[in-house]
Design a protein around this ligand. Structure first.
Ligand code: BES
Ligand code: MN
Ligand code: ZN
Length: 506
């Protein structure tokens, strides 16, 4: 999909399909046409209004009407696209609307698509932001993962080739900037989705390390360090090593560094369990089905690093990934075992399925010992409990620093991702105390699981450095198809973290 911005009149643009927006006013059903929609309506002799009225069209988000234009305007067809009630609109809604336009276009074999940006909501968002959102929505909504299907099936897939974002001459530059941002962000999200969707016997810890090494090749701004088990042992990463013991695959600790200048250093930490069987505390078949997703945090980091040299934010970004399988096996860590993390704290492992926090204990310890960060943000598919609390579409955010939390919240809203703050209540720490070690890896109660996971991580996050934990267990993977997120890996986190980094650097 190639994106262009054009000042061409909406009635003159020659393409397979041109779309225009309609919205609703508070308290009114029905529809209000945008200026460009009115132009098309006039060129079609009022047919758009006539058909929309006849069909009782309601301009709810993503609701559409399609009309064949029979040569009366440049485009073969035109589609009126509902935006909903403008007062309630968020970036996430525009993403979904754009994704719907993309999917419907693919469905009718559209090769060249023009999207009119004429609408008050677009103007209020700003043309750069709106252009970026449209590019992301169209690209991510039409994403497919078909490399493992037959060539025949792949050939039959339809693709939109060219997309023209139509605007007025004064806004062309702003839209063009939005297009290039949107393309970079989408590329990162697609990178992440592809990695998560790939089968788990392919995306082993070694594979993730190879991906990281490849990213930094021939790139002056980036470097990569991969620790082998022997090196991990030397620096005391017994927690990560203990989880890896049940598997034939060697673990890897991956460190990526991007140096874009500026004074700030942000450390990102990703959970990279390339397959989570639960270990000896084995999961049942149903719960294991999707567990290739358990490296989604790591995949988000790799996706982000894949575009940092393109976006060139002026800051340093360090990425740390604890990569291992979690398998049962003759050498597997056993419930009751005690291991020492890199920061010296001992962990009583009572449930080997609470492995994410154990491998992250070493990554956070490493961040404290070896990275001089201004903030640490970890992304982890950590707990099913977070999905119980917030559902499948919202990530839980835990932080010990209000300002960092506010920045992440703002970045999430602006990038159309959903996060919600959950508390790090110190009273619950009691439940993580072990009789025979410093902490245990599960709580004494089955309630508040997402909080307990976060409190465990806090034990290993370095004191004095703002830290945030994002539990992405729900939104990292779509179990059902939605406009912006086809079934499978979603790339959740890429958009908000990139926006956070770019705003920090500007
Ligand atoms: N990877 C899982 C969490 C998960 C569950 C992610 C479902 C995505 C979808 C994690 O390692 C896990 O198994 N957590 C346990 C923790 C429990 C044993 C304290 C859980 O959530 O049940
Ligand atoms: Mn687990
Ligand atoms: Zn896990």
């Amino acid at each position: 999909m190639k994106f262009f911005t054009k000042p061409t009149d909406v009635t003159k643009i020659e393409c397979d399909l041109v779309t225009v927006f309609a919205s609703q006013e508070k308290g009114n059903e029905g529809f209000v046409l945008s200026d460009d929609a009115k132009k098309i309506d006039a060129a079609l002799g009022g047919m758009l209004t006539e058909i929309a009225t006849f069909q009782d069209f309601e301009a709810t988000p993503g609701n559409t009407i399609l009309i064949h234009t029979h040569g009366k305007i440049g485009a073969m067809r035109t589609m009126l696209v509902g935006l909903g009630n403008v007062e309630d609109l968020a970036v996430a809604d525009l993403h979904a609307v754009a994704a719907t336009i993309g999917r419907k276009s693919v469905g009718m074999a559209v090769k060249s698509l023009a999207v009119s940006l004429s609408h008050e909501f677009i103007s209020s968002l700003g043309h750069t932001h709106a252009g970026q959102t449209m590019v992301e929505g169209l690209t991510l909504g039409t994403y497919t993962f078909s490399k493992h299907k037959s060539l025949d099936a792949q050939r039959k897939e339809k693709h939109i080739e060219d997309v023209f974002l139509l605007t007025t001459p004064p806004k062309l530059d702003a839209v063009a900037v939005g297009i290039s941002k949107g393309e970079a962000v989408s590329q990162a999200v697609v990178f992440t989705r592809d990695l998560v969707n790939e089968p788990p016997s392919t995306t082993t810890p070694t594979y993730l390390a190879d991906v990281a090494k490849k990213l930094v090749k021939e790139n002056d701004l980036m470097s990569c360090d991969v620790l082998t088990p022997k090196e991990m042992k030397t620096i005391g990463m017994e927690a990560l090593l203990s989880i890896a013991r049940g598997s034939d695959e060697e673990p890897r600790f991956i460190k990526l560094t991007y140096k874009g200048g500026g004074k700030k250093t942000i450390c990102l930490v990703g959970k990279g369990i390339t397959f989570d069987t639960g270990g000896l505390s084995l999961k049942d078949a149903k719960n294991m089905e999707t567990m290739k997703l358990d490296m989604a945090g790591a995949a988000v980091l790799l996706g982000i690093f894949s575009v940092l040299p393109l976006l060139k934010p002026k800051l340093t970004v360090v990425g740390l990934i604890s990569a291992t399988e979690n398998m049962p096996g003759p050498k597997a860590v056993k419930p009751g075992d005690i291991v020492r993390a890199m920061n010296g704290k001992t962990i009583e492992i009572l449930n080997t399925d609470a492995e994410g926090r154990v491998v992250l204990a070493d990554a956070l310890s490493y961040a404290g010992a070896k990275v001089k960060a201004d903030a640490i943000i970890d992304l982890a598919t950590l707990t099913g409990a977070c999905m119980v609390a917030l559902g499948e579409d919202i990530a839980g955010m835990f932080t010990d620093d209000e300002a960092l939390g506010a920045k992440l919240k703002d970045a999430a809203i602006k990038s159309g991702e959903h996060i919600w703050g959950l508390p790090l209540v110190k009273e619950y720490k009691e439940q993580l105390k072990s009789e025979i070690a410093d902490v245990k890896n599960i709580s004494s109660t089955r309630y508040g699981g997402a909080i307990n996971g976060a409190l465990f991580l806090q034990e290993f996050a370095p004191k004095g450095v703002p830290w945030a934990h994002l539990d992405i267990a729900g939104p990292a993977y779509a179990e059902k198809d939605a406009p912006l997120t086809p079934k499978g890996g979603t790339g959740f986190g890429v958009r908000m973290i990139l926006r956070y980094l770019l705003e920090l650097a500007s």
